[in-house]
Design a protein. Structure first.
Length: 339
């Protein structure tokens, strides 16, 4: 199968494929998604197969009209409605008990479903023209960095899917914030994203960040978000987080110098890295820039033949939490201390 690259203006062609039960690459404001009719078990099976995704890792269902939410879930609590008013369309996924409109395979065998109303105009157009809710996980092969450009998605999916719609680079660069509800007033962040815990707090009386967001689950722990238990987002190179300031980071890296050793650093670290003769790639200065660039830089470093990538990690508040969450999984939870 040849994978066809479609322009944003050709989104209708992709929507026609979706209506026929085919699966296609879809730009969203978070990352590129691999979309298929959420109610069509064959389409969903094809998504799992193309990604090589474990069957117990549920797919997020995307809508482009608020009215399409109610049929998917047994009930929409007032807090969820309030969050939708504030954050939809946008990078927030809300998990609620599902109805049988959502096949078990789409939900990864769970009795809940995560629903999101994306803000990207091309994603919205594709969903509306398809006329059905669209299940779409990130468009990478399972375990790899998520694609933030159509070219990244093609690199993973060439020959596996009929088409990818090119909508340019993704604005957020990290996947949506995933939340569930502990009760009528408490929101639990299962996966951090561009909608931050601080922002959720402006609507929800209580916001809890699930312990699995930053910590490795110990065997036997109840997994609330199946995706969190897998090694994830990882390039071929070994990734390591190095804690410490720029000076200590550089001193540490100088001791690690060998072929294929790279540093992934903040823009403001570049001058010092250059002076020290350390091969470094910048991923921004603000949390938002780091989020937008993170996956792209990991792919770039793989292309350059990196064997080891030492990373200066952002702080764990705001959007920084979303970057740290991806980074610590890419690093297999290896955090080194530079002084
Ligand atoms: P991706 O499809 O690559 O964006 O990953 C979706 C993430 O959302 C995974 O980490 C899933 O485990 C999580 N997720 C989706 N649906 C649910 C659900 N019903 N319950 C818990 N986590 C979910
Ligand atoms: Mg993913």
């Amino acid at each position: 199968m040849n994978t066809k690259m479609l322009r944003a203006e050709e989104a209708a062609e992709a929507a026609a494929l979706l209506r026929r039960g085919e699966i296609v690459g879809m730009p969203t404001e978070t990352v590129y998604g691999l979309g298929g009719d959420a109610g069509n078990a064959d389409a969903v099976r094809a998504i799992f197969a193309a990604k090589g995704r474990p069957a117990d890792n549920p797919l997020i269902v995307h809508i482009a009209d608020l009215r399409d939410w109610a049929p998917l879930v047994t009930e929409i609590p007032p807090l969820a409605k309030a969050l939708a008013r504030r954050f939809w369309p946008g990078p927030l996924t809300m998990i609620l008990p599902r109805t049988d409109k959502v096949p078990e395979i789409t939900a990864g065998g769970l009795d809940t479903v995560g629903v999101r109303f994306p803000a990207h105009p091309v994603a919205q157009e594709m969903i509306r023209l398809a006329g059905v809710p669209i299940a779409a996980p990130s468009g990478n092969r399972s375990g790899s960095p998520s694609p933030t450009t159509a070219a990244h998605m093609l690199a993973d999916m060439d020959g596996r899917i009929p088409a990818i719609v090119d909508g340019g680079s993704c604005l957020c660069g990290v996947e949506s914030t995933v939340i569930s509800f502990d009760n009528g007033s408490t929101v639990r962040v299962l996966r951090p994203g561009f909608v931050t815990p601080e922002q959720l707090q402006t609507v929800a009386p209580n916001v809890i960040v699930d312990e699995a967001v930053l910590a490795q689950l110990t065997p036997g722990t109840v997994v609330r978000s199946p995706g969190m238990k897998y090694k994830h987002y990882a390039p071929k190179a070994e990734v390591m987080i190095v804690e410490g300031d720029t000076r200590h980071f550089i001193a540490y890296l100088l001791r690690k110098q060998a072929e294929g050793v790279y540093a992934l650093v903040f823009d403001s670290d570049m001058e010092a890295c250059d002076k020290a003769g350390i091969l470094a790639v910048p991923y921004g200065d603000t949390d938002e820039q780091c989020a937008a660039e993170f996956f792209a830089r990991l792919r770039e470093l793989d292309d350059r033949g990196a064997k080891a990538i030492y990373v200066r990690a952002p702080r764990t508040d705001g959007v920084g939490l979303a970057v740290y969450n991806r980074l610590i999984r890419a690093a297999g939870f290896r955090v080194l201390h530079a002084g």
